[in-house]
Write a protein that binds this ligand. Sequence first.
Ligand code: 1HE
Length: 268
Amino acid sequence: PLDPDFTRFTNLSVTPDDDGVWHVELNRPHKRNALDAETVEALVDLFSIAPRADARAVVLSGAGDHFCAGLDLVEHHDADRSPAAFWQLCLRWHEAFNKMEYGGVPVIAALKGAVVGGGLELASAAHIRVADDSTYFALPEGQRGLFTGGGATIRVADLVGKARMIDMMLTGRVYHGQEAIDLGLAQYLTDGSSLDMARQIATKTAQNLPLTNFAICSAISHMQNMSSLDAAYAEATVAGIVNTQPDARERLAAFADKRAARVRKDGT
Ligand code: 1HE
């Protein structure tokens, strides 16, 4: 495995724990963790390295009161970019978020405050989203004279459906609390801290075999892009590899010997 230098990621604080869970914190709180070009490059770098450095899971959070305010609007204004330059920038956002979604390492997003615009695009590339009482979701691009460029037309539409995404962009509608959960913007809502809950989920996730998590956090997304016929073939191929891995034998033996936990209705 790679031995990364955890200090190399501009605007990201990266702290691994003993379980191999990396806490990645967007660290521009004075800008509400808005994504400037440099931070996007750091995310590309981080999510390229994490799978090869044996990260078992990633908890992604934001420093300060907000998860992420989206595109750095001030940088964008000052740079006065050409169409080609912004096109290319969007491809870097896609590079970062695709590496996240397809990289094989479970990413748990701990959401608080604003999860808006490109911040929602970032969150929607995570595998699990945890919200708390402060969290709210919106796509303010419509009001800013902009359009989404970081994958919302794919991932946010996938979470909430086309009609709701169009409404969010046209009207700036804000979702929070149980309604946001019911729509699928996040899977968990806590009245405590989303970071604490995301950490617990990541620690639990990290107990799974790495190859199994790799398949869960890459294959399902790839299969969504395939025809049903090809997806079924790919599923069989992935299962052929994952379900015969030597590391799984002990878990199967434990089940056969009645040593393994049973699945119970209350989830214990
Ligand atoms: C920023 C940004 C930003 C804050 N770019 N600098 N995203 C948006 O339209 C969201 C824009 N931001 C906001 O609506 C609010 O800032 C927040 C709800 C996120 C936070 O509010 P608040 O009252 O806590 O903070 P603030 O006073 O508005 O901002 C504090 C500072 O953060 C201030 O900088 P300062 O130097 O004057 O102190 C803000 O300018 C700065 N800041 N948000 C740059 N987004 C690939 S396409 C993706 C398309 C998009 O993402 S469009 C962006 C949508």
